[in-house]
Design a protein around this ligand. Sequence first.
Ligand code: FE
Ligand code: FE
Ligand code: ZN
Length: 280
Amino acid sequence: MLIIGSHVGYKKDTGLVGSVKEALSYKANTFMFYTGAPQNTIRSKISLEDVKEAHTLMQESGIDKNNVIVHAPYIINLANPSKLDFSCQFLIEELKRVATLGFKYLVLHPGSHVGIGVEEGISNIIKALNLVLEKDNSNITILLETMAGKGSEVGRTFEELKTIIDGVKYQERLGVCLDTCHLNDAGYNISDFDKIIDTFDKIIGLDKIKCIHINDSKNPLASNKDRHENIGKGTIGLDNLLNVIYYDKLKDVPKILETPYIDGKAPYKEEIALIRLNKR
Ligand code: FE
Ligand code: FE
Ligand code: ZN
């Protein structure tokens, strides 16, 4: 069964119930959200009553909690030594929040090395992940996202992700989140997805893919930009995206849309309908 959803809001007044309702309004059977604004550290207290009500609603409406994804905020940068203590502390708290919310996966951008070089950046990420996972005793899996290679982003190649995973003691707590826009912008040609999957399988192993962000791209292959486009309106195109969405070996992996709003309106209901209509 196709597991598809989108990024949804999670607001203080409407809570997690509001997030589930938003997902359902798009006819989605999963969703992804941030526990607060991705650019800041302000987090409001989680209401356990709201979480309970949200999980009941999910059960009644066919959303499996194991397919729901939380995205860590961008302010966490495990590659940057000057922010390491803060980032680790915030990530530990974030894992607690994900556990309280009752979910299993946290997507994390590996980090940006901000000038110290990829190797140093990776070594900082490894140290940080070991420290965080040592302290955290939840069962949350951290999904390292494949990055576009914008600025000094680490994680633009499968080899970089593999090096990070290899350095971490608790590898069973790590997985990968593919992002089609990021892959394209990093130089992986989505029109030859078999080759991407083959490469990934050889380097990391297909079983590590736990989430796929489905986005078209505003920019050409290998542009290192990271600007998402609506499904079928970018340089990747509908056909290539459908091939990823319906890829048999990844059929149990949740697919999440992070495409831009159109005229201030979420495009997800229409995009999910388009995807379902073009079932392969
Ligand atoms: Fe992301
Ligand atoms: Fe993404
Ligand atoms: Zn992106």
